[in-house]
Design a binder for this molecule. Structure first.
Ligand code: 2NL
Length: 343
């Protein structure tokens, strides 16, 4: 048996050293080692001459050798066919290549990138934060009182293991985190996904994307807010679009306003999109409430600031005249492939 094992060792070395450079030498290899009268067959024939107590060990060695010989054959078979040996090639290199499908940006991403880049040109930096937040950063710091309806289970998703944790309902929580750092001035834009416990319909969803902005420095005024947002609208929707500010209420800003633009669809004449008013609401804004500044450790006698927030889905629906919010999260490629963008 020792002699046989020595023989197998030599064959193994021979296999490792064998040069296979085409269909002919591959076939030669096959006949020599794997053929019906080949070396493997012969070695299996020797099994009967091995003593019973050694049969198991020898069988193991022989099987390993068989696998080794076959593996080399398979490996070179593949190589020879790919390399295009004329006798066996299965690959026609003159055929045209397969199409590689190219993806497109999601319409929400296109619009989000556009919004962010306009504010970046005004010197706003991107800030991001966690989607799972605590009550303090999402509500308390923003002057939302203990009994405010937004805190209700009906409106907010709480984490069941720890009811102090929740899915952020706006990206204001990111801005609170930036203010806490205490480095002023602050000029940031916060894009991101937010969550609300809404019944899903054509006009509402339980998750959507938002862009919020915050500018805090000495002597920041409501005029700065209006000019900044006016620039944004002109860049986003064109020079002919008109804007108006309506007084509004948010717990975290004072005074607060909502901004409308003249209807893109009818140009202000009145249609279904603007409900025959000629105007459509695109964002909410205001001067940061002094209580919010103080909650975040900023001296409200020295600093003032403005903030604004908009839903990206809403802007995207206006821009592309999309009538159902659910299309954004269904990932139907027939919908998605209609959008293209350089960014
Ligand atoms: C809307 C309205 C708004 C803000 C968001 C904000 C953030 C901080 C302080 C004060 Cl940290 N305000 N954000 C202010 C006014 C409106 O969003 O309709 N969003 C979709």
């Amino acid at each position: 048996m020792d002699q046989l094992i020595e023989k197998i060792k030599q064959y193994k070395e021979e296999i490792d050293a064998a040069v296979i450079d085409g269909a002919a030498s591959l076939e030669e290899y096959r006949i020599k080692f794997l053929g019906t009268k080949g070396i493997l067959k012969g070695l299996f024939g020797e099994m009967k001459s091995v003593a019973n107590e050694n049969k198991k060990e020898f069988g193991q060695i022989l099987n390993d050798f068989k696998q080794h010989a076959e593996a080399k054959y398979e490996q070179f078979k593949e190589l020879t066919s790919v390399n295009g040996d004329s006798a066996t090639s299965s690959l026609d290199l003159t055929l045209p290549g397969d199409d590689i499908p190219v993806g497109t940006h999601h319409p929400i991403s296109i619009v989000r990138n556009e919004i962010v880049s306009i504010f970046q040109r005004l010197g706003f930096a991107i800030a991001e934060g966690p989607e799972i937040e605590d009550d303090m950063h999402n509500f308390t710091a923003l002057n939302l009182p203990e009994n405010h309806p937004a805190r209700d289970m009906q409106d907010t998703f709480y984490i069941s293991q720890n009811p102090d944790w929740l899915l952020r309902t706006h990206t204001s929580s990111v801005q609170v985190r930036e203010m806490e750092k205490g480095k002023l001035p602050i000029r940031i834009i916060c894009p991101g996904r937010v969550y609300r416990n809404e019944t899903i319909s054509a006009r509402a969803h339980c998750f959507f994307q938002q862009v919020e902005g915050l500018y805090i420095d000495e002597n920041v005024s409501f005029a700065d807010l209006k000019q900044t947002l006016y620039f944004f609208v002109q860049e986003m929707f064109g020079k002919n679009v008109k804007v108006r500010f309506r007084p509004s209420y948010f717990p975290f800003t004072e005074p607060s306003a909502e901004m409308d633009i003249s209807c893109l669809i009818c140009g202000g004449k009145g249609c279904n999109v603007c409900k025959h008013t000629g105007w459509v609401e695109i964002l909410g804004c205001g001067m940061v409430h002094p209580k919010v500044l103080e909650n975040c450790g900023i001296d409200s006698n020295k600093y003032t600031g403005f903030a604004f927030g908009m839903g990206i889905e809403r802007i995207t629906m206006l821009k592309y005249q999309i009538k159902d919010l659910r299309l954004f999260s269904e990932n139907d490629v027939r919908f998605l492939k209609q959008f293209t963008s350089a960014t």
